[in-house]
Design a protein around this ligand. Structure first.
Ligand code: FAD
Ligand code: UDP
Length: 372
């Protein structure tokens, strides 16, 4: 008899399993994939290089609580992520900063001059509603078209004017020379990879793990009190209100016979090619060696659901499912797919910790104080 059947061994399912096990609950953790870690799964490939199977995962958070919690299961290697965008035949820093604009136009503006330039080209918006509004209201149309419009159309299959402001608002605009992709207080990579961290997290006598099995194929044969579901929420309800749209990706992994392929971990291609970005893993992991592994991301509609698509009409569909989840007392929903939110890893961890605290009936500090 299990207290919880947890569907999905990604961040949300694993954090819930770990904290509920610490609270003395018996857990069956099931994933239909053959591995743990969900989309954060990494592995050593046939060339001995640590790769992220489902695209680059860079850990960053402003939550010291989340960072310290994960640090129980892994050492972290300091890493600040930097990205270049290939625009007009040049490799330029993204997020847009002083060097981006000076490099693009061959100027030598100061930060103050750049601020004035942005004001002169910005298209004011009384309400910033869409992702297009976010950028054109800050840096004008030309930079928007060079760096954002094409990338977004490729990535989402939608124009930025059709997407919530929150999507492109993830990317700041700077007038100084800070070229880090993220501004968070904690930026680091798990020293031995994500999968190793997940192994440590779910290594507990109260947790049994079953991989390569859809929960539907075992749910009737297993005795449990409550299910926690972290798969796609519409899927759970057999798409009774219609399919929620997700964006998928095709990952093309390659290993090259050269020690390093590109100057930084990620190069974005807003305007050329069918892929959006190329990631070289050795920059993320600090690994050294004669060969290097990279991955191209080709966005597509069909395939594994990777991205909930933030826009009003999808939120409306999700809200109908959310109402159903509130009425389905024997199942709790969590995670990026389970709550249809474009969440980063740290947000998913925070959400899972909050749910675990609610289940156990304690506050967050008390939950975190339970010893494994
Ligand atoms: P998932 O990791 O999707 O786990 C859900 C699990 O449920 C899956 O393993 C799935 O197989 C399983 N499942 C679904 N249905 C069933 C079923 N019927 N039966 C059994 N199992 C089932 N975040 C960052 O913070 N930084 C980044 O740099 C970053 N980069 C990303 C890059 C890409 C390409 C993608 C797609 C995401 C990225 N993310 C990043 C986001 C990050 O992947 C997610 O926030 C996080 O992995 C979500 O964890 P989760 O447990 O909610 O979902
Ligand atoms: N984006 C863009 N150009 C870029 C980088 C990002 O237009 O060079 C937009 C695009 O819509 C993208 C979103 O900003 O989907 C969020 O970017 P992020 O790098 O956070 O995406 P993720 O890593 O989640 O795929």
């Amino acid at each position: 008899m299990y207290d919880f059947l947890i569907v999905g061994a990604g961040f949300s399912g694993s954090v819930l399993a770990e904290r509920l096990a610490a609270a003395g609950k018996k857990i069956l953790l099931v994933d239909k994939r053959s591995h743990i870690g969900g989309n954060a799964f990494d592995r050593t490939n046939e060339h001995g290089i640590l790769i992220h199977q489902y695209g680059p995962h860079i850990f960053h958070t402003n939550s010291t609580e989340v960072f310290e919690y994960l640090s129980r299961f892994t050492a972290f290697r300091p890493y600040e992520h930097r990205v270049l965008a290939s625009v007009d035949g040049k490799l330029l820093p993204i997020p847009i900063n002083l060097d981006t604009v000076n490099g693009l136009y061959g100027w030598r503006l100061s930060s103050e001059e750049l601020e004035r330039f942005f004001v002169s080209v910005a298209e004011p918006r009384s309400v910033v509603r869409t992702s297009e509004d976010v950028i054109v209201s800050k840096v004008g149309r030309s930079l928007y078209e060079k760096f954002f419009r094409g990338y977004t159309r490729k990535q989402w299959g939608l124009d930025p004017s059709e997407l919530d402001a929150s999507v492109i608002a993830r990317i700041p605009v700077r007038t100084d020379r800070d070229d880090r992709y993220f501004g968070d207080k904690h930026q680091a990579m798990p020293a031995d990879g994500y999968t190793c961290m997940f192994e440590n997290m779910i290594d507990h006598k109260n947790i049994s793990t079953v991989l390569g099995v859809d929960y539907r194929n075992i749910a009737d044969d297993v005795h449990y009190r409550t299910m926690i579901y972290t798969g796609p929420v519409d899927d759970y309800f057999d798409c009774c209100y219609g399919k929620l749209p997700y964006r998928s990706l095709r990952f093309q992994h390659e290993t090259l016979d050269t020690p390093l392929h590109q100057p930084c971990a990620v190069i974005n291609h807003p305007n050329d090619h069918a892929y959006t970005r190329v990631t070289e893993f050795k920059h993320l992991t600090g690994q050294e060696g004669p060969r290097t592994s990279i991955v191209y991301e080709f966005p597509q509609d069909d395939g594994d659901p990777y991205y909930p698509i933030p826009r009003a009409e999808n939120t409306e569909i999700y809200q109908r499912y959310q109402t159903l989840t509130e009425r389905t007392h024997e199942v709790l929903f969590c995670g990026r797919l389970g709550t249809y939110k474009y969440y980063n890893m740290d947000q998913v961890v925070a959400q899972a910790l909050a749910l675990a605290a609610r289940i156990v009936g304690v506050n967050r500090q008390e939950l975190l104080a339970l010893s494994a």
